[in-house]
Design a protein around this ligand. Structure first.
Ligand SMILES: Cc1cc2nc3c(=O)[nH]c(=O)nc-3n(C[C@H](O)[C@H](O)[C@H](O)COP(=O)(O)OP(=O)(O)OC[C@H]3O[C@@H](n4cnc5c(N)ncnc54)[C@H](O)[C@@H]3O)c2cc1C
Length: 500
């Protein structure tokens, strides 16, 4: 009998498994899909492995911290890359701006392209973003799940400082207040999409995401982002973690008011001292928990954005024509995209198109004359009941491809060789409705509503995923897993609560 069962092998589940096994616990990971990794995954097309999920790694220290618990280091397991330019932004009129690997280089480039005032404004914005990050990262990201009570317990001096993290206006209103250049405004507002939110509604606290990427760095991973999954699985296996793929959990067994194991599809029951759920909390709530315990976790009211994703087999470009690692094609009216998604509940009529050229980004070799280019456009999460018709997503794909061709980023005969609309994501990740990052952060209270990593009403059950604290995105999911593991270890008396 394992000490801990982990339901799901997404990065949150893998991080929890490594952290627990590093302290000597016997861990079994049960994964519904045939491959491990959850949303961080791959597809092999004509002999070439391509990432189908995340493409930018931020905050690598969060991954390093878990691996260090296991006696290794991120740098010993994978090679991070810093492509230059990091991001190329293109407006509807063809104006371009590159973001470079470091802030000083970016500021110098902005100065050269957009002038001294634009560079000065961006520098001021980035200084504020860095301050917000410094003030908020423990309370909202690295520490245990925040609550109004935990804020109150900080005491009057720190509570007064809460206003300095800019929570009472929207990201967009703070951006417009600090930066005049329209392209810089769009670039900065786009960071709301890093947790699937709406810059018109998300609190300006989230402007710290710009600091996380532009200031602290966004990385490629040699061989592809899936190398991170492989590294975590390898380290977990070294510690004795056992993995069972193609093993969907059907229910959590509750006895005497405590989670004591799971039942697999087919009826096999597996018992354990504790259960860590990496599956979406909505799936746990709706399907895995017995009816009487369902209320211990709630599905998010407003899931984050979903997206249409695809892979294009694109003729390789070299030299001066080489594609940037990441390119973003903005529409004429950027905010219309969010009005379509969040107000009108429909895919954007004029979408922003993101592409990641996986060769320059991750040093991943493609086909003989072609390279894999990952494409994504934002879309609303799937409706609560039923799926949006396939034609809606086919039209979104055609708009995205039209834009890419018009901008000269792909050739007319470059073909889409793999695609997944939001309905595909919703089917692959039950309970998610296709949302990429758990709940959206479209309100001041979002961080307080996210489920904590220890389920209060059901001892023995813990949450480790983008749908729990501290939210979605690879580094945050890894923190989620680490925090869940920490609570398991505290409850077993292996760690003292509050100890470093
Ligand atoms: C297209 C796309 C682009 C993204 N881009 C970025 C990016 O550039 N940078 C970034 O940091 N993040 C990005 N993200 C977000 C990031 O990938 C996710 O936040 C993160 O990988 C989710 O990890 P998780 O721990 O929540 O688990 P998930 O990845 O959600 O995995 C959960 C696992 O649980 C399994 N499961 C579910 N139910 C059961 C069950 N009943 N029994 C057994 N197993 C079950 C699922 O099969 C799955 O493997 C992107 C995501 C996508 C999809």
């Amino acid at each position: 009998m394992p000490d801990v069962i982990v339901i799901g092998s997404g990065l949150g589940g893998l991080s929890a498994a490594v952290s627990l096994a590093a302290r000597g616990l016997k861990v079994t990971v049960l994964e519904a899909a045939p491959t491990l990794g959850g949303k961080a995954n791959i597809v092999t097309l004509d002999g070439v492995e391509c990432d189908t999920g995340p493409s930018v790694l931020t905050l690598p220290d969060t991954l390093d911290a878990v691996l260090q618990e296991a006696g290794t280091r991120l740098a010993d397991e994978v090679t991070l890359l810093t492509p230059s330019p990091a991001f190329r932004y293109v407006t509807a009129r063809g104006e371009t701006l590159d973001l470079m690997p470091t802030l000083p280089e970016t500021l110098a480039h902005v100065h050269e392209r957009l002038g001294a005032e634009a560079a000065r404004e961006l520098e001021g914005f980035m200084a504020d973003a860095a301050e917000i990050w410094a003030l908020s990262k423990i309370a909202f990201v690295y520490g245990p799940a925040p609550s109004v009570r935990s804020l109150w317990e900080l005491g009057p001096a720190k509570m007064a400082g809460f206003g300095r993290v800019d929570p009472f206006r929207s990201m967009w209103s703070a951006i417009c207040n600090k930066v005049k250049h329209p392209l810089l405004r769009m670039i900065l507002a786009r960071y709301a999409t890093y947790n699937g939110s709406d810059p018109r509604a998300a609190p300006a606290t989230l402007n710290c995401i710009a600091h996380v990427e532009i200031g602290l760095g966004g990385y490629g991973v040699r061989g592809g982002v899936y190398s991170l999954v492989r590294a975590f699985v390898r380290v977990a296996e070294r510690l004795g973690v056992s993995f069972r793929a193609s093993s969907p959990v059907e229910s959590v067994i509750v006895e005497g008011g405590r989670a004591v194991g799971v039942t697999l599809r087919g009826g096999e029951a597996l018992r354990a001292g504790s259960v860590v759920c990496n599956a979406d909390v909505a799936h746990l709530h709706e399907h895995l928990l017995p009816k009487a315990q369902r209320r211990v976790v709630e599905a998010p009211e407003t899931p984050s954005m979903s997206g249409w994703t695809g892979l294009v087999r694109a003729r390789r470009r070299v030299g001066a024509d080489a594609r940037a690692a990441h390119t973003v094609l903005f529409p004429e009216e950027y905010l219309d995209e969010f009005a379509d998604i969040f107000d009108r509940d429909r895919p954007p009529q004029s979408p922003t198109v993101y592409c990641c050229a996986q060769e320059p980004c991750h040093g991943r070799p493609g086909w003989a004359d072609h390279e894999p280019v990952f494409i994504m456009t934002n879309a609303p999460p799937e409706p609560k009941s039923g799926a949006r018709p396939a034609e809606v997503y086919a039209a979104l794909r055609d708009r995205a491809l039209g834009r890419l061709r018009a901008a000269g980023l792909i050739d007319p005969d470059d073909a889409v060789v793999w695609e997944r609309p939001p309905s595909g994501l919703a089917a692959a990740y039950p309970g998610s409705r296709g949302a990429l990052y758990g709940a959206s952060s479209n309100s001041l209270f979002a961080a307080f509503k996210r489920p904590a990593n220890r389920v209060r009403g059901l001892p023995g059950l813990y949450l480790a995923s983008g749908s729990a604290h501290p939210g979605g995105g690879m580094p945050l999911c890894v923190l989620s897993g680490r925090m869940a593991a920490r609570h398991v270890l505290e409850d077993l008396g292996v760690l003292t609560p509050g100890a470093p």
